[in-house]
Design a protein around this ligand. Structure first.
Ligand code: C2O
Ligand code: CU
Ligand code: CU
Length: 430
C-alpha cells in the first residue's frame, strides 16, 4: 500500500523450471515464480497499480479477466509488453467482490503463454460481502482451485494437439494450483472452493465422487442472489464458480470432473474430451472440525442489467472460421457501443463443435438459453459462458466505463486455440 492509498503489485514474467514429478524438471513460465502467479487481492474503491516486467524471450501481455477497467489498462492484444519491457496499468476497482484472474493475451500466442504457466487469480472484496457469514479465510476455509489439464512428454510439457481435436489441446491429467494428484487437509465444516478453469480447451463438469451436493454461491462476476444447491457444475475455459461444501470429521472426498453432456455427436464428444473423467482434488477432513456458521439465505443483489433497459441488440454467430463470418483483425473495430447504455446480445453456435463466449470489461446476465430461463448455475453475473453447438443465448450487459474510441476491448471464444485462430472481435465504447 503506497501513502496515497494505491495498492501496488509487482509481477515479473519469467522463465523457470519446476519438478512436477520427483527428479524431473519441466521448463515453465510463471509470474514472479516458476509456474502460475501470486493471488492478487484488492477491495472495491481501491486504486490498483501493477508493475509488470517481462523477462521472457518474447513479447506478451497481461489481461485482467473479468475486471471492469479502462480499455488501455485491459491488457488485451493492443497492450503488448516487449521482451525486456515494463508495463504499469492503473485503475480503480469498481465492481462487486468476485473471483477474477489474469493471464497473457498476445494475439495468436495466448494458448502457448497460458499453457506454459502464465495465470493467476485476482480476488476482489467489498464491504457488503465482508458482512456475510461465508468461509473467508484464504488458504484455510477459502481455497483457490486453479484447474489445468496437462500432458507430459518425459519431463517436458507436451502441448501438441491431436489431429482430430478441433477444440485444441487436451491433456491426459489435471493439476490444481500447479500440483499433480493434489490433496488438501481441511479443518472447518464448510469449505469454500474458488474454481477456475484455466485450461486452454477442456470443459469440466465438477462434482464430488460420493455425489454429495454443494452450494454454488458465486459465478464469474461475484455472488449469486442466493446459494443454489446442486451436485454438478460445468465450467468451460475462463469460467469461475465459487462453491461451498460441507465436510464431516475425518472423511475424505474427491472433487472430480465427470463426463460431459455437451450436446455433441459421438465424434465431437469423443474428440473434445467429453468422455474423459478426472480426479481433480481430494479433501481430507481433520478428525475434529471447527464449526462453521450456516450460509446466509440471501447473498445480495445482482449488479447486472435484466434486459429491460437494453437500447439495442446485436447478434454473434460463433464459428471456428470467425465470429459473424470475420476473423479477428487488429485494425478493424467490429462493434461500437454507446457509453452508459445496456444492450442485449444474442450468441448462437451452430458450428458442430463447442465454443464459449467471453466479453472484456463487463459482466452480463444470461437472459435465455434456447428460449428458456437459464439453469441456476447461469443466474449470476458472468463474463464467459459455454455455448455448445445447437445453442442460442441472450445476455444483457451495461457499458458504463469511460469512453475511448481509440482502444478496443475484445470479445472472443475462450478456447484458446480458437481465440489464437482469430475467433475474436473488437468493440469500442464511445
Ligand atoms: Cu481471459 Cu480475452 O480473456
Ligand atoms: Cu477477458
Ligand atoms: Cu471456439
Amino acid at each position: 500500500l503506497r501513502k496515497d492509498g494505491t495498492r501496488v503489485f509487482d509481477l515479473t514474467m519469467q522463465a523457470g523450471e519446476r519438478e512436477f514429478m520427483p527428479r524431473r524438471k519441466t521448463p515453465t513460465w510463471g509470474f514472479s515464480g516458476d509456474y502460475l502467479g501470486p493471488t492478487l487481492r484488492a477491495g472495491r474503491g481501491e486504486k490498483v497499480e501493477v508493475r509488470i516486467r517481462n523477462t521472457l524471450p518474447e513479447p506478451s501481455t497481461v489481461h485482467w479477466h473479468g475486471m471492469h477497467l479502462p480499455a488501455r489498462m485491459d491488457g488485451g492484444p493492443h497492450q503488448m509488453i516487449d521482451a525486456g519491457g515494463v508495463w504499469t496499468p492503473r485503475w480503480t476497482v469498481n465492481q462487486p467482490a468476485a473471483t477474477l484472474w489474469y493471464h497473457p493475451h498476445p494475439h495468436g500466442a495466448t494458448e502457448k503463454h497460458v499453457q506454459r504457466g502464465l495465470a493467476g487469480m485476482f480476488l476482489l472484496d467489498d464491504d457488503r460481502t465482508e458482512r456475510l457469514t461465508l468461509p473467508r479465510r484464504y488458504g484455510v476455509d477459502d481455497l483457490p482451485v486453479i484447474v489445468q489439464d496437462v500432458r507430459f512428454d518425459g519431463a517436458r510439457f507436451d502441448h501438441g494437439h491431436p489431429l482430430l481435436a478441433s477444440v485444441g489441446f487436451l491433456g491426459d491429467r489435471t493439476m490444481v494450483n500447479g500440483t499433480l494428484a493434489p490433496y488438501r487437509e481441511v479443518g472447518d465444516e464448510l469449505i469454500r472452493l474458488r474454481l477456475l478453469n484455466a485450461s486452454t480447451a477442456r470443459v469440466y463438469t465438477f462434482g464430488f465422487d460420493d455425489g454429495r451436493d454443494f452450494s454454488l454461491i458465486g459465478t464469474d462476476g461475484g455472488l449469486l442472489e442466493q446459494p443454489a444447491v446442486m451436485d454438478r457444475v460445468k465450467l468451460s475455459p475462463g469460467e469461475r464458480a465459487e462453491i461451498v461444501v460441507r465436510m464431516r470429521p475425518g472423511e475424505r472426498t474427491v472433487l472430480r470432473s465427470h463426463p460431459l453432456d455437451a450436446g455433441m455427436d459421438f465424434f465431437n464428444q469423443r474428440f473434445s474430451g467429453g468422455d474423459d473423467s478426472f480426479d481433480v482434488l481430494q479433501l481430507r477432513a481433520a478428525p475434529s472440525l471447527r464449526p462453521s456458521p450456516g450460509l446466509p439465505a440471501r447473498l445480495g443483489e445482482l449488479a447486472v442489467p435484466d434486459g429491460s433497459d437494453s437500447v439495442r441488440g446485436r447478434h454473434f454467430e460463433l464459428k471456428f472460421s470467425g465470429i459473424n463470418g470475420r476473423k479477428m483483425d487488429m485494425g478493424r473495430v467490429d462493434e461500437t457501443v454507446a457509453r452508459g447504455t445496456a444492450e442485449t446480445w444474442t450468441i448462437r453456435n451452430n458450428d458442430g463443435m463447442p465454443h464459449n463466449f467471453h466479453v472484456h470489461d463487463v459482466q452480463f446476465r444470461v437472459l435465455e438459453v434456447n428460449g428458456k430461463r437459464p439453469p441456476a448455475a447461469l443466474r449470476g453475473a458472468k463474463d464467459t459462458v459455454f455455448v455448445p453447438s445447437g445453442t442460442t443465448m441472450k445476455v444483457a450487459m451495461r457499458f458504463d466505463g469511460p469512453a475511448d474510441p481509440d482502444t478496443p476491448y475484445m470479445y472472443h471464444c475462450h478456447l484458446l486455440y480458437h481465440e489464437d485462430q482469430a475467433m475474436m472481435g473488437q468493440f469500442v465504447v464511445v
